[in-house]
Design a binder for this molecule. Structure first.
Ligand SMILES: *Cc1c(COP(=O)(O)O)cnc(C)c1O
Length: 488
């Protein structure tokens, strides 16, 4: 990704926006010239992101002519690569037909067809009972809409005492007040902590590498997590809980963490026992990224509501969706029949036509299947290349969604000192060598730990995948070497 990712994953303490006297030293970006201070508010007042002048396939071209191999599609967004002519033609065609109408009075074919394709996708392998789709412009909006819809579902049944959302620590669901309230991306929440939604509680992440005990089997770890979740439901009074919210494969916060086997089916059972809705966040891991159309298809579970985003428009349009089960729609149907929510740009015609073109390409070219296949190659390359690396504690992921977690000591799994900024350093070194990756800090608990995330387009070639891993190793070696002789 463009190095702008650095600021959002840097901790609060190192965030130059919030500690203006201490610009981050971990990164070497061009300082903004006083005389050329941009009007655009970037993520940091101190650093000017790289200007990209064009992008095609798996490559970005910077304004100085440098080519960057996009090993992360931004934040796992660019699933069909950049500069696709067919998508551009579809966007233009929609603009010629109708670029905007308000959904209070109008609809367009593109929005109807995209919703239909999401529910009846040939790449989707498992049976589900989704009935409706609601389009918004961002992942955060999608989570907020799903939270409001879930609350309304109970409200209309006379269960207005249900106010609580239960989510997991080390999860990200968005930056609007609602979505941020159920997130635990610690650094992003600090200035707002005392004004977020009050009825939210958190349980442990399902993150075996750091949190399963050495003596525990996978089944025992899973049982412990489920017992904790049930205890939390009981503490709140399960009749007071609206939904449990989780990412099937955790994205930015901890780096491609899948839950232990059996976890989601057991969560589903627990939710059903107490009439609590299951809300899955597939904004990052969905739309084929993990090798199945929905990430939950690998979990033997079907949620009541699932949100998708990044890969839906593949970066060609700002669009996300709430995919809604028959159960929730039936709840509305037997109540007011009106979702008490709305946005000016919901189901935007151009965004929908653009995403429809992206999704038609994904289906026609069997890119979800390709993602799964190329994922096997990526896994093999990563394991061969980093299996013996001193500071690589865990290599994990699915499909074309992989992360390396860096540790100080593979035996204890203790993280590297935060001050070293190892993950950011690896990302920056890789970028200087021509490969964009998505770094992450606070991997373990929101403060400590580092990872780097690899999420290339589904169309990535074998040669480019090999280059991504080779360059990542070079970058890792540079950073590992810089630790030699240091006492930490
Ligand atoms: C990116 C992301 C979001 C937020 O999406 P935006 O489009 O940035 O608002 C929510 N959940 C997950 C899992 C994400 O990765």
């Amino acid at each position: 990704m463009a190095p702008s990712a650095i600021v959002e994953t840097t901790s609060y303490a190192n965030n130059p926006i919030l500690t203006p006297t201490e610009p981050s030293t971990a990164i070497s970006k061009t300082p903004i010239l006083e005389s050329a201070s941009p009007s655009l508010l970037h993520r940091s007042l101190f650093e000017q992101p790289q200007t990209v002048s064009s992008a095609s396939g798996s490559y970005l071209t910077l304004h100085d002519g440098r080519q960057i191999l996009d090993g992360c599609g931004g934040a796992a967004v660019a699933c069909i690569g950049h500069g696709n002519e067919e998508v551009m033609a579809a966007t233009m065609a929609q603009m010629r037909k109708v670029s905007y109408v308000h959904t209070l009075s109008y609809t367009v074919d593109a929005a109807e067809e995209l919703a239909h394709l999401l529910l009846h996708n040939p790449s989707s392998t498992n049976a589900h009972d989704f009935e409706k789709v609601y389009f918004v412009s961002s992942g955060s909006e999608a989570n907020d809409a799903a939270m409001k819809l879930s609350r309304q579902f109970f409200f209309e049944q006379g269960q207005s005492q249900r106010k609580y959302f239960v989510a997991r620590r080390q999860a990200y669901h968005g930056n609007t007040i609602g979505a941020m309230s159920v997130s635990s991306f610690v650094a992003r929440k600090i200035p707002y902590e005392d004004m977020l939604l009050p009825y939210v509680s958190f349980v442990s992440p399902a993150y075996a590498y750091q949190y399963a005990q050495a003596s525990e089997s996978e089944a025992q770890y899973c049982a412990r997590l489920i017992a904790e979740l049930e205890a939390e439901f009981l503490r709140l009074g399960p009749e007071n809980v609206i939904s449990f919210i989780a990412e099937p494969v955790v994205g930015a916060t901890s780096g491609c963490v899948a839950s232990p086997r059996g976890y989601f089916p057991a969560v589903r059972k627990l939710c059903d026992k107490y009439g609590i809705l299951l809300h899955l966040d597939e904004i990052m891991c969905g739309m084929g990224r993990t090798g199945t159309y929905f990430a939950f298809e690998q979990e033997e579970v079907v949620p009541d509501v699932v949100v998708v985003g990044k890969g839906l428009g593949g970066g060609y349009a700002p669009i996300a969706a709430v995919v809604i089960s028959r159960k929730i729609v039936d709840g509305l149907r037997s109540g007011s029949s009106v979702f008490n929510h709305g946005h000016t740009y919901q189901a935007h015609p151009v965004a929908c036509a653009t995403a429809l073109a992206v999704q038609r390409i994904v289906s026609r070219e069997r890119l979800v299947q390709r993602c799964a296949k190329m994922g096997q190659l990526l896994e093999r390359l990563l394991r061969e290349t980093f299996g013996e690396s001193k500071y690589v504690g865990d290599i994990r992921g699915r499909g074309l969604f992989w992360a390396l977690e860096f540790v100080k000591d593979k035996a204890t799994k203790s993280p590297l000192p935060k001050a070293i900024g190892f993950g950011l350093g690896v990302q920056q070194a890789a970028f200087d060598l021509g490969v964009a990756l998505y770094p992450g800090g606070g991997t373990v608990d929101g403060v400590n730990g580092d990872h780097v995330l690899i999420a290339p387009p589904y169309i990535v070639s074998e040669a480019d995948l090999t280059t991504i891993v080779r360059v990542l190793k070079e970058a890792y070696d540079l950073k590992a070497k810089s630790l030699e002789g240091l006492d930490f």
